[in-house]
Write a protein that binds this ligand. Sequence first.
Ligand code: PLP
Length: 360
Amino acid sequence: MSSWARVYITRMPPVSSIPPRLCLGPGPSPVPPRVLAALAHPTVGHLDPAFLALMDEVRDGLRHVFATTNPMTLAMSGTGSAGMEAVIVNLVEPGDRVLVGVNGVFGGRLAEVARRAGAEVTTVDAPWGRTLDRDALAAAIARTAPHVVAVVHAETSTGVANDIAGLADLVHARDGLLVVDCVTSLAGMPVEIDAWGVDAAYSGTQKCLSCPPGLSPVTFSPRAVARLDRRRTKVPSWYLDLTLLKSYWGLERAYHHTAPINMLYALHEALAIVREEGLPARFLRHRAAHERLPMLNAIAAPAGVDEAAIRRRLLDDFGIEIGGGLGDFKGKAWRIGLMGHGATPASVDTVVAALRAALA
Ligand code: PLP
């Protein structure tokens, strides 16, 4: 029998063959049944009036979690990295000066995305596991007068939170825009886009929003939109071009690309759950479950322990996923995420007991 024939007659294994896991890694987080049920709701067209009304509600829910009144707030198709790329390619033009705070993998990724957009990138680095130094950032802003300053709020690779409040004044004084990565922080700890003067921020659905990965909430201040409107060059990515996408999310409702309808159902439900719980209660719940970053604990693996083997044992014997170290922390650390639906004392007890048994 030819290999082609074999392809046609072989039955694909059902998705139900994937074992259930307790997702306590750096994302995705556990998805509550209500969100999974929303995902399974029958698909309608992306210009269906009922769906367009749901998009408006998603936008309202996103404004609530971002604490903003920004009209340009929407969910980009794609994961958190799509939001990162969208913010950078829309706000940066070739030759622009971009300053990035780097104290982990995701600051490094931001710098790389800005370089690929043709920016002249300067980084302000801090050792992994430490916060960015405000004086060093202020000195670099004064020295380079950047068009854009970009900082990760919650650095998922190390479990460190960078302070954002007060940064915008320094950036705006040199006529720059402040960009913040809120992928891990949004809906798990206070994010105050308007009060902090943030010009553009992006996040992901699979962390503290407890929704599957697939959408990236973004928000742009009027100052950022004015920069977008003044561009000398076209946005280099057609798919992520907000000058086009805003017509679909705005009043015109003009087709740009087919929205991932069911993911938007799921995000709508996840945002409804956030509203019901209330942001202050949700932040407290995350803080109660954690020691450092309220949603992600980076833990040094004991000397002499094969950290990857322990993670594998947690997965195989207990059905629990946790993350390994990235970059400088590869092979040396575990990253235990307690995000969204997973941020509970029961999750902490479960993972601690399983770790204890795996290490015994
Ligand atoms: N930024 C931060 C802080 C992250 O933690 C992540 C993912 O873990 C990303 C960006 C990229 O998001 P994604 O993997 O959803 O593309």
